[in-house]
Write a new protein. Structure first.
Length: 323
């Protein structure tokens, strides 16, 4: 494809390397890359018209065709024919919008392949099932994790003076405010100290984050690394203000600055975990975290929730991107 769409594909495969995709070689319209013979370290091996020859010679498993003016329907058909017998699978990115999963359907009309995009499932029976699963799951997890939570509460009390729990106003579904509950991981006057640390902010966009925040207690560092501080949010899930899986629960001052498209993340309940949790956590840029939240809103399904919860365990135990 063209340099922009190929570069985007390279970045996506590197962000989620655990999915097993890796770009090994590139063909462009003129056989050139951004730095002469490569794009972000991936070699450009030839021109688009030579693609089938390079695939057979290199033994590549997948040919990913990204948008470029070169790709007419006729040329795509000829490429598919040329790849027959090579053992390579051909995948084509429509390059239209970030919609996938159960909302995307392929139809053949008058010999033309057409993509049908259905509306996102924001209500109805499936959402009712999600609410039931959330509350039953939160109840069972609270029973299972009760001994751990009592132990954590004791460590928080011993480590520093102040309450065990930290309460903060967040914004939920439809813009409705609610109070989030977490184990306290900072000194009691942390909110007052935030203004003094504004110049040291390492967060992206509207987020405030510091990798070495002086307000965090010793126990708090451990709790944050493994997201144990967020376990009391199961009470929020049980009460119905949050979901087990969903977008990150934003602060009121964040939502006040949302553009119309970003406000779409408020169409569903915020989650205890989500695509942001399994894709980098605090290491994500503001734009990337918003993109993931909007993707979840658009493509939500019960299957996606199960996949995210499964991957959450891996992200949490690895402790990557948490601070």
């Amino acid at each position: 494809g063209n340099l922009e769409t190929v570069e985007d594909l390279i970045h996506r495969t590197r962000r989620v390397a655990h999915l097993g995709w890796r770009v090994d070689a590139i063909c462009t319209i003129d056989g050139r890359g951004r730095s002469g013979t490569s794009v972000d370290g991936v070699p450009v091996v030839g021109q688009l018209r030579e693609l089938a020859e390079h695939v057979r010679r290199g033994g590549y498993r997948i040919v990913a065709v990204t948008p470029d003016a070169y790709w007419t329907p006729r040329r795509l058909q000829q490429l598919a024919w040329a790849l027959e017998g090579s053992g390579a699978e051909m995948v084509v990115s429509p390059g239209l919008m970030e919609v996938a999963g159960p909302r995307l359907h392929m139809s053949a009309v008058l010999g033309m392949p057409l993509l049908r995009v259905s509306e996102p499932a924001l209500s109805g029976f499936r959402r009712l099932v999600k609410d039931v699963v959330d509350r039953v799951g939160a109840f069972l997890l609270l029973l299972l994790l009760a001994p751990l939570m009592f132990a954590v509460a004791a460590f928080v009390m011993i480590d520093s003076r102040g309450p065990v729990f930290y309460r903060q106003k967040r914004v939920g579904k439809g813009g409705a405010p609610f109070t989030i509950v977490k184990f306290r991981t900072m000194v009691t006057n942390a909110d007052a100290l935030r203004a003094k640390l504004a110049t040291a902010n390492e967060g992206h966009g509207l987020l405030f984050k510091m990798k070495k925040d002086p307000r965090i207690t010793k126990v708090g560092t451990f709790l944050r690394r493994y997201s144990i501080d967020e376990l009391p949010q199961l009470f929020n899930v049980l009460a119905g203000s949050m979901s087990l899986v969903g977008p990150r629960p934003p602060l009121p001052e964040e939502t006040a600055k949302y553009s119309s498209d970003v406000r779409r993340r408020l169409l569903v309940k915020p989650g205890l975990t989500g695509l942001w949790q399994v894709s980098g956590r605090s290491d994500l840029s503001w734009e990337e975290s918003i993109r993931l939240d909007l993707r979840y809103v658009e493509d939500w399904s019960l299957a996606l929730d199960l996949v995210i919860m499964w991957k959450t365990f891996r992200a949490v135990f690895g402790g990557q991107g948490a601070y």
